[in-house]
Design a protein around this ligand. Sequence first.
Ligand SMILES: *Cc1c(COP(=O)(O)O)cnc(C)c1O
Length: 383
Amino acid sequence: MKESFETRCIHGDPDASLRDANNAISFPIYQTASFSHIKTGHNDSGFDYTRESNPTRSKLEEVVSSLESAVGTVAFSSGMAAISACFELFRPGDRILCSEDLYGGAIRLHNLISAKNGVTADYVDTSDLKTVEKSITPDTKAIYVETPSNPMMNITDLRGCAKLAHDNGLLLIVDNTFLSPYLQNPLLLGADIVIHSGSKFLSGHNDTISGFVSAGDANLIDKIRLISKTTGGVLAPFDSWLVMRGIKTLAVRMKQQQESAMKIADWLFDCPQVTNVYYPGLKDHPGYEINASQAKGSGSMISFRVDNEKTALRVLQKVRLVTFAESLGGVESLITYPALQTHPDVPQKMREHLGITETLLRLSVGLENADDIISDLKQALEE
Ligand SMILES: *Cc1c(COP(=O)(O)O)cnc(C)c1O
């Protein structure tokens, strides 16, 4: 029987192949560029050169595979390197159908790099399956989804998208950064590829940048590994170790951060200066039912809208415990201004259409006491 998630965070898959030769409890950092060969055509360890593979990184990849129920995982130097590697699967003329509300960096990648390489992104509201179905063209090769999306927290039906993708011979690629494998496992819902920015919940301490691609199919992961070894955006041994250490506490962190987020979302909902709260754990969220049917929870990301731009700017200036900074998913609570920080490269018209305006704030709830976070937000919201 497969061990529970909490256990796998700490031990990975106990039957997995990689063990430290000296039985170290904390898997060592193999800080080496190269590995020796005893004679031609013979390589004891299976490792040659760290761009291609490294024991510390391989161990981490085993752990992430175990958490996402994947056949294999490739670790990258950032979430963006992971996403770019996935886009290398496509050729000029191909189209990718994307959630319109995506991480800003992914949109920049499409517009600046993929478009130049002849791969077109079509942005649609993937929370509406009929729209997804109507938007598939003969050149469409993949559906690319974030759920909950960044920053509007829209929910897409992953089982529904997987069916549409497979009926039409497409890949379903899911960026699972916002919920982490503790709360959602897209491969088990029918996705072909799962992406993580490991800089967020997986590492969890706002101290390192990393990215992951996991797949349920050996052929697909072989292709991604070949791309990674060829283009070279791999994760260094020390960073691999840091992420591995972060993952050991993933389950307890997610559990507590989510509990605090629910309390804070409820509080924000009744706040006089707050006009909208976007959190899929609230019963009035349009994606509440779908999220509950495919994920074990709603995570710890909350977006909310305040009554005017002045209030938004005041909050950013007055918070003293919650930090005004980019990024998310760590033990420190961070508040972000999406219009200026994460999504400035999204064309203004598109931002307005999505609701990413001057009154929108995004909160990543960390591990501080929820009541302290509430008091801080309260004093920052008040004039
Ligand atoms: C941060 C983030 C990324 C990019 O990851 P980096 O590690 O910063 O390169 C991609 N997708 C989502 C949803 C993110 O939050």
